[in-house]
Design a protein around this ligand. Structure first.
Ligand SMILES: Cc1cc2nc3c(=O)[nH]c(=O)nc-3n(C[C@H](O)[C@H](O)[C@H](O)COP(=O)(O)OP(=O)(O)OC[C@H]3O[C@@H](n4cnc5c(N)ncnc54)[C@H](O)[C@@H]3O)c2cc1C
Length: 574
């Protein structure tokens, strides 16, 4: 990948005319990825013609267009609409940006949208496992913003958000006006309306040793690190031990994919503090997960609380060898866990201290520990914030989540919205908080986009209403489980179960009618290859843009035809 162009200054075409230049430190990075043609043009440029744009913005466009390796397609910038700045380009932020572009705006009100993310890639997190298994391409799981936003007039700024200073402060500590976002490199981005969707980060709950010993699994980089460690484990001689901490969806899905890759060549333990895996999820999914994990030889330790992790001292414990022996009696204590050094990977064994329900302590040895036991909103204040840590002036709840009203507007800040994992809606209703899922975030994105439209056009705002569409999980490359919240009358499921051939047919297809659904109503569970296919199809439908859907569908068609050719060639050889 080559950095092809770097646009270093940017202004705004604002109605107020006090266009504030982004500092020279602000990086709008344009990277051209090998094999991905940046015909999109300068992201943030509009192809819709017109002759607007302040000198600052024109300078940006000119810089981009003049940069080597950059195919400009640059039209002029439309407009003088309000500036909407979106912090975080995940399921909340990116989908809001795309949705804003699809709305019909009365003349002169169409906002100029700036999307800021620390990463150059959008990450479709539910498909991160496929990066580890190799079942999906990087471009499907983590496409570049440059590619995704190419056809849209959205400015993308790659930078780490450091703080926000709202203007027009109110007595209750809120604000009624726009403000300025400051990035970690000191650059500033002014806004009239702000959307905060910075997501969640891995939390280790301050447990000693977890950061040093375990690999998290939440970002594109995490997935790459896990894949690299697995490759190392595959190459080493011996019988590696892997501990996955966390019995929620992420832990179960991760254990399944790791077990598939190391099939029959590793001992894998899934540790959860709860009485069973997948608490609160549909019974059908839980049963499917138990079946697959048992089949793959994953042992499940329930009611086990991790209290600490340590690295074993060299020579204190057996481990794997990099070749030449079975490694069982090696005194070098090799194993695999956290990050390596320039001298090579860190091969020390990890010791995972767990306490069972009776308070008995057990120490699990592992060559790799995966941590998927906790996430906290990105706005959660750290006890000792590192320099440059995020500082936002918005009120948060005890978990550190930004509080919004039912319309997803941040409490006391009439021009700020928040959504996704970073936010919690008080809504004025006695409802439990919504789960931190992509499903919630992208549904909220529609409402935030609509409510921005309504706010800018002085129309009433809509209260967010969540519709649960089902629970999906991957269970290895060709396995999965999907429970759809469809009520099945008990008489019907009993009748189907009694009708022998039909029940057999449905079972063979991976369809289960009974699973009791979370709070009690029934659902329909699709499992095995059928569940996996439905899940992938649903994620194809949920890709952030139509262009990305078509790209992913094209990739699928290509790989399916390759597989078909292979099957035919094999058959011909036989
Ligand atoms: C492994 C895994 C599997 C999952 N599987 C599912 C699933 O199957 N179904 C489901 O519904 N949900 C799933 N989720 C949860 C889902 O991914 C999240 O709920 C969803 O991504 C939340 O969207 P968001 O926009 O709030 O945050 P994100 O999608 O995480 O986006 C936040 C963005 O903010 C950026 N950012 C953060 N801090 C800064 C900063 N200071 N400056 C600049 N940028 C910043 C990040 O780079 C990121 O792009 C999964 C999560 C994980 C980790």
């Amino acid at each position: 990948m080559a950095a092809a162009a770097r646009c270093s200054s940017m202004g705004r075409a604002g109605a107020t005319g006090h266009a504030q230049q982004l500092g020279s430190g602000l990086r709008v990075l344009w990277r051209r990825v090998a094999g991905h043609q940046s015909s999109a043009g300068c992201m943030g440029s509009s192809n819709r013609g017109g002759a607007g744009g302040t000198p600052g913005r024109r300078a940006l466009l000119a810089t981009c267009a003049a940069s080597p390796g950059y195919t400009a397609g640059v039209g002029a910038v439309e407009g003088s609409g309000p500036r909407v700045c979106i912090l975080g380009g995940g399921f909340g932020g990116l989908y809001t940006a795309v949705k804003l572009e699809s709305l019909m705006w009365p003349r002169g009100t169409k906002p100029q949208v700036t999307l800021i993310d620390q990463s150059e890639r959008f990450v479709f997190k539910p498909l991160l496992y496929e990066l580890v298994s190799g079942a999906a391409s990087e471009e499907e799981v983590a496409p570049h913003f440059a590619q995704l936003l190419g056809p849209y007039p959205v400015f993308f700024v790659q930078g780490r958000v450091h703080s926000v200073q709202p203007e027009h402060a109110t007595q209750d500590g809120g604000s009624t006006g726009g403000g300025v976002v400051t990035l970690a490199d000191g650059a500033s981005v002014p806004y009239d309306w702000l959307v905060v969707s910075l997501g969640a980060e891995t939390s280790t709950f301050g447990l000693p040793g977890v950061k040093e010993c375990a690999l998290p699994f939440s970002t594109y980089e995490d997935a790459q690190r896990v894949a690299a460690r697995l490759q190392l484990l595959e190459e080493l001689v011996g019988y590696p031990e892997v501990v996955v901490v966390g019995g929620g969806y992420a832990g179960v899905e991760l254990a399944a994919v790791v077990a598939e890759r190391l099939r029959g060549r590793a001992r894998i333990k899934l540790v959860t503090s709860t009485p069973d895996i997948l608490p609160g999820s549909p019974q059908g999914n839980r049963e499917a997960a138990h079946r697959v994990l048992a089949d793959q030889g994953v042992s499940i330790l329930t009611g086990a609380q991790v209290t600490e992790m340590r690295k074993a001292r060299a020579g204190s414990s057996g481990g794997l060898s990099s070749g030449g022996s079975n490694g069982a009696s090696s005194s070098s204590g090799v194993g695999i866990g956290g990050a390596g050094t320039a001298a090579g990977p860190d091969l020390a064994k990890r010791l995972v201290y767990v306490k069972d329900r009776a308070g008995q302590q057990e120490v699990l040895e592992a060559d790799m520990v995966l941590w998927s036991a906790g996430q906290a909103p990105a706005t959660k204040a750290a006890a000792q914030p590192p320099p440059g840590a995020l500082r936002l002036p918005f009120s948060t709840n005890s978990r550190g989540a930004m509080q919004t009203d039912a319309t997803l507007r941040v409490l006391h800040h009439s021009r700020v919205f928040a959504l996704g994992d970073v936010a919690v809606s008080s809504g004025g209703q006695e409802q439990p908080p919504l789960p931190a899922t992509a499903q919630v975030a992208f549904q909220q994105a529609d409402y935030v986009a609509w409510n921005l439209w309504a706010s800018i056009n002085n129309k009433p705002l809509l209260g967010f209403s969540y519709q649960h569409l089902g629970d999906m999980m991957s269970l290895g490359t060709t396995g999965g489980a999907v429970t759809l919240p469809i009520s099945v009358p008990p008489q019907l499921s009993a009748a189907v179960a009694a009708a022998g051939p039909l029940a057999g047919l449905l079972k063979a297809a991976g369809v289960k009618l009974s699973g009791s659904y979370g709070g009690g109503s029934d659902g329909v569970t699709l499992e095995g290859p059928l569940g996996a296919a439905v899940r992938r199809a649903a994620y194809l439908y949920r890709q952030p843009t139509l262009e990305q859907q078509l790209r992913v569908a094209g990739d699928w068609a290509q790989s399916a035809s390759k597989q078909l050719r292979q099957v035919l060639a094999d058959a011909a050889r036989k």
